[in-house]
Design a protein around this ligand. Sequence first.
Ligand SMILES: NC(=O)c1ccc[n+]([C@@H]2O[C@H](COP(=O)([O-])OP(=O)(O)OC[C@H]3O[C@@H](n4cnc5c(N)ncnc54)[C@H](OP(=O)(O)O)[C@@H]3O)[C@@H](O)[C@H]2O)c1
Length: 308
Amino acid sequence: MLESLVNRCRSLPAGSTLCILGAGFSGQRLAALAEALNIRVLTTRRNPEPDSGALRFDTASKVVPGESDLRGVTHLLSTIPPGRDQNDPVLRTLGAQLRQLPLRWVGYLSTTGIYGNTEGNWVSESDPPQPTQDRSRRRLICEQEWQNSGLPVQILRLPGIYGPGRSPLAAVQAGTLKPVQKPGQVFCRVHIDDIAAACLHLMHCSAAGQHPPVVNVCDHEPAPSHVMQRHAAELLNCDLPEARSYADAEADMSAMARTFWAENRRVSNDLLCKTLGYSMIHPTFRSGLAQCLMEERLMGRLSQNAPD
Ligand SMILES: NC(=O)c1ccc[n+]([C@@H]2O[C@H](COP(=O)([O-])OP(=O)(O)OC[C@H]3O[C@@H](n4cnc5c(N)ncnc54)[C@H](OP(=O)(O)O)[C@@H]3O)[C@@H](O)[C@H]2O)c1
């Protein structure tokens, strides 16, 4: 599964230990990649399966890994989102312990939502954040806390994350997906393989002295959601209903979904790809969806009746 991904990534120096706080969708992918590269990896979950080897970490109940659990950690990624209050939950519960570790690189997964609404214009790391949603304002506070933590932090700002198990393919095949379009509206996205590979790339850049404080990790082609969904239908050889106008669909949407449609921006990956030399594994949703199709079929999430 991971072979092509593994082949294009470099391991970390001998003696490195990577700790991933929050081995959810993105965290698990990085853990799998790092293990395949023979990197020593520790992961945390709130309720780990007994035999999974993951450490228990839940900021809400203040269950934290012990000092001996984290001994020797050199690289760390936090995927844990902000809580309801204003502080970053990881720094609040584990910050003092993290400062005792021999950390060389600390990644914090944030969101491009902190840029707010640019009316479809391009935005980069040098533009000031202008969050419009409460969750993005909380996120920006967490970013600032990480940056002021005294740790060697790099903020990775992510757009919509997709990958096997989180793609439109299953809903398209089940006939439950109802596309929506709004004139001029695009969404940015990133495949989890690029999150995992970009993390490793940034660790190597940092070791070589290139360590910008904030990096956008997104693909090259912001695109309307219905265009991606239409492509998914073509890959599956399935019918997809005509896209409804946003004006008609809005009343049926959840409040959360409406907040996503209220912002429209194109997020630049020039810093990652041009300055730091990262080459996207999935430059657009087309190759990303093809990868999802292959892996979701292997996982048995999609029926096999579509042509290859
Ligand atoms: N989904 C998107 O499209 C998107 C877009 C931009 C940014 N982001 C952000 O990027 C990060 C990674 O996204 P993802 O989709 O990979 O996230 P995910 O699958 O939801 O994983 C989040 C991880 O954080 C852990 N976690 C959550 N609350 C916690 C708490 N109070 N204490 C300890 N651990 C906690 C979860 O633990 P369990 O494993 O126990 O559940 C999980 O392992 C998140 O911060 C997310 O908000 C997501």
